[in-house]
Design a protein around this ligand. Sequence first.
Ligand code: COA
Length: 216
Amino acid sequence: MFEETYTVREAEVRDETEIAGLVVEGFLDKFRPIFGRGMDRSVWIMEKWVRLEHTVGGVRSLVVEVAATGEIAASVGVRVGESDDDALSGGLWESLKRALGFLRASWAATLLSYPRYAASYREAYVERLVVSPAHRNGGMARALLDASEDLARETGKATVGLHVSAGNIPALRLYESYGYEEVSEQRSVLTGYFLGIRSWLYLRKEIQDKFGRDGA
Ligand SMILES: CC(C)(COP(=O)(O)OP(=O)(O)OC[C@H]1O[C@@H](n2cnc3c(N)ncnc32)[C@H](O)[C@@H]1OP(=O)(O)O)[C@@H](O)C(=O)NCCC(=O)NCCS
């Protein structure tokens, strides 16, 4: 297989539109039933969400930039700081309402609230890991996971946590190969029926500091 040269770096404000596009593309099966006829506004909504996460959500994003083209081919969000959850949910609600109208926004907000996660200051939370379809199976997800764990160590975290839908075999294989273990399962009839996701798995991994010691 042709090996691309790429770098992993922290995202900047100018990357937020591309990150939003990647996330929508990577999770189309989830977003189509959520946004319905408002699907053409999904990238705009996601861009607002990523901006909110960066400004009030304690999230830092990492991106993979392809050397030859400058394209952003993959990204991940890592929550390592404190989150202002009221500002986050209020901001998302405003964007949804503006883009979709009250009724569809209520529907979207309900489905987007899964999976539920209670943040802990000891844990870095990995979310919206995505690699553009054209660049998959080239090690980019691994590179982002390595960088996420480095970020967790740098910010003094003891564990890295994440959610994955139970049927997402590529992602599950990836996380298992990194030593992530299932801690709990969240079932939802609602997401089962409308998104085809009956169950969300919460996985966690203890990380070692640079001296090889467990936890922070
Ligand atoms: C999951 C995803 C991020 C993997 O990205 P990727 O760049 O293809 O992954 P990598 O090339 O770094 O692969 C690393 C490992 O992932 C696993 N993997 C990736 N694709 C796989 C597949 N189709 N089937 C089984 N395992 C797979 C394997 O363990 C692989 O290691 P190996 O090459 O030694 O077998 C990508 O498929 C994606 O973006 N999916 C859509 C969004 C998504 O589901 N994100 C996860 C949210 S929890």
